[in-house]
Ligand binder design. Structure first.
Ligand code: ADP
Ligand code: MG
Length: 486
């Protein structure tokens, strides 16, 4: 028996009532850009609505507000790690010996550190993801958020987050619950993230310079990038956005001039916003041209979002080390801040090839269902769950490569019944669980923080039997929180 939350309104519809509201909601989504490109039937000329749950998910107000309040501190934590070369070097030393991808990123980091950085200011558009932890016997009021991870590169849903809230407002009104809309919190994620990019652009102070989005060769989550571009134009009509892949840039699409200005097709770049570059398959060319592009960008005067140091600050290994006793104390000298951050951490364990790592591995082999095994990867679909945790750890016994993983306690969110709506599929009434993401915007140089703010939220919900809830990957769905006092 798992803990449960009650749906925000009755979802027992007869088939014709269900059909009516679902059809209308799908059209609303399609006509308001709550959409993605189809992986199955890809065409650059069409989009599908993105999977969503029909009504917003009940979420404890207290925990939502706590997450919102904590965000500027999470931002500061990432800022402090990113500006601490020694900390990153020590923390990732072993990882770099066994994980070639992290090692490549680290090589770029060391190269620019040794050369001297040309742009001391970095922009962080980050997202801290949490789930409610709930034991079956726990009273609803004691559900407590646990941090899943902090994303420091390509943190998506700045558009789809608020858009889901708008969709749910429409659905709630259609269902005759317009009186409950005040329980759907405001969400200014798109303005906040794009505002952050524009602030960085202003700091760069070159009126003709552009903002460069680094994108995939094919972007499926297109609305969540284009709406950012349109919002930038809306907020400042003088700022142009250009989109390029790392491959295009690496094959001659970008150059550094003598002053280390980054030039793309004759246009100087003020801000580089990475929506790609966090996974090995995003560096596909045998000649390493994508890596050349990444290094070129890092060497340039453009303000990076993220800089390589913010990217590294978001690795799973850093997250695990920060949870070790005494490590937050190396980053902060404020006991209250430390306590607030530690309060949302869950059990994280090193799997380095030493006694401590052996103990963690044995603990997980004995009780694999209680842990998640995570490599140094982003973007979903990389983690190991359940019985497989034991199998993988047994195979890795005595193998230094075990250190490329970290181990984490499984967080068990309460279940909630909802209708899952997916393209070309009948609505499904399922038990779901959710992950809340809070956005943060931080701008700083190596000496001080220049801007630090919370930046809206997103909620992703998945069928409870799925290990991971990537919306584009096909197991998750867009959602928005419906705040309740428990
Ligand atoms: P990624 O960088 O690939 O997004 P995450 O650490 O966010 O990696 O894990 C991916 C997904 O796996 C999460 O969105 C969540 O659904 C699930 N997950 C990760 N860690 C845990 C955990 N400790 N307990 C339960 N589910 C988890
Ligand atoms: Mg994640």
């Amino acid at each position: 028996m798992s803990a449960r939350l009650e749906p925000c309104v009755s979802i027992d519809f007869d088939s014709s009532a269900l059909d009516e509201v679902v059809t209308k909601a799908k059209d609303w989504a399609l006509m308001h850009g709550v959409c993605m490109r189809s992986r199955q039937n890809f065409s650059p000329d069409s989009i599908n609505f993105a999977p969503f749950v029909l009504v917003p998910s009940t979420f404890p107000k207290k925990e939502f507000e706590k997450a919102v309040e904590l965000q500027t501190l999470v931002n500061e934590m990432i800022y402090r790690i990113a500006n601490n070369y020694d900390f990153l070097k020590t923390t990732l030393a072993i990882t770099n010996t066994v994980d070639p991808f992290t090692a490549q990123l680290f090589k770029i980091y060391t190269t620019v550190q040794e050369e001297g950085v040309s742009q001391d200011i970095a922009l962080g558009l980050i997202r801290s993801d949490v789930m409610l932890g709930a034991e079956p016997e726990m009273p609803l009021s004691s559900f407590k958020q646990r941090q899943v991870e902090v994303n420091t590169i390509a943190a998506g849903f700045g558009w789809l987050g608020p858009a889901s809230g708008h969709l749910h407002r429409f659905v709630m009104q259609e269902l005759g619950h317009g009186d409950l809309l005040q329980q759907l919190p405001e969400n200014n994620a798109l303005e906040a993230l794009c505002g952050g990019m524009l602030k960085a652009w202003e700091i760069y102070n070159q009126p003709r310079a552009v903002i460069l989005f680094i994108v995939e060769e094919t972007t499926y989550n297109i609305c969540d990038q284009r709406f950012h571009e349109f919002e930038i134009r809306k907020l400042n009509p003088n700022v142009r956005v250009v989109r390029r892949s790392l491959t295009q840039l690496g094959k001659g699409g970008a150059v550094l001039d003598a002053e280390r200005n980054l030039i793309v097709d004759g246009q100087e770049v003020a801000v580089v916003y990475f929506r790609c570059g966090y996974a090995p398959d995003q560096y596909p060319s045998a000649d390493g041209c994508e890596w050349d592009a990444r290094l070129m960008i890092e060497r340039s005067k453009a303000i990076k979002c993220p800089s390589i140091s913010y990217h590294l600050a978001g690795t799973k290994k850093v997250q695990q080390v920060l949870a070790e006793p005494g490590f937050l104390e190396r980053i902060f000298d404020d006991a209250e801040k430390i306590a607030k951050l530690r309060d949302v951490f869950t059990g994280l364990y090193s799997l380095d090839l030493n006694e401590e790592g052996d103990r963690a591995a044995e603990m997980a082999i004995a009780n694999p269902e209680k842990y998640v095994l995570k490599p140094q990867r982003e973007g979903g679909g990389n983690n190991v769950y359940g019985k497989e945790v034991a199998e993988v750890l047994k195979q890795l016994k005595g193998n230094p490569e075990r250190a490329s993983y970290i181990l984490m306690d499984v967080i068990q969110p309460p279940l909630l019944r909802n209708w899952m709506i997916r393209p070309s599929t009948q609505p499904m009434l399922v038990d779901t669980l959710s992950e809340l993401g809070i956005f943060g915007v931080i701008i700083g140089n190596s000496k001080e923080i220049l801007y630090n703010s919370m930046g809206g939220h997103m909620l992703r919900t998945k069928i409870h039997t799925a290990n991971e809830g990537g919306v584009a990957a096909g197991l998750g769905a867009l959602d928005s929180p419906f705040l309740v006092e428990l």
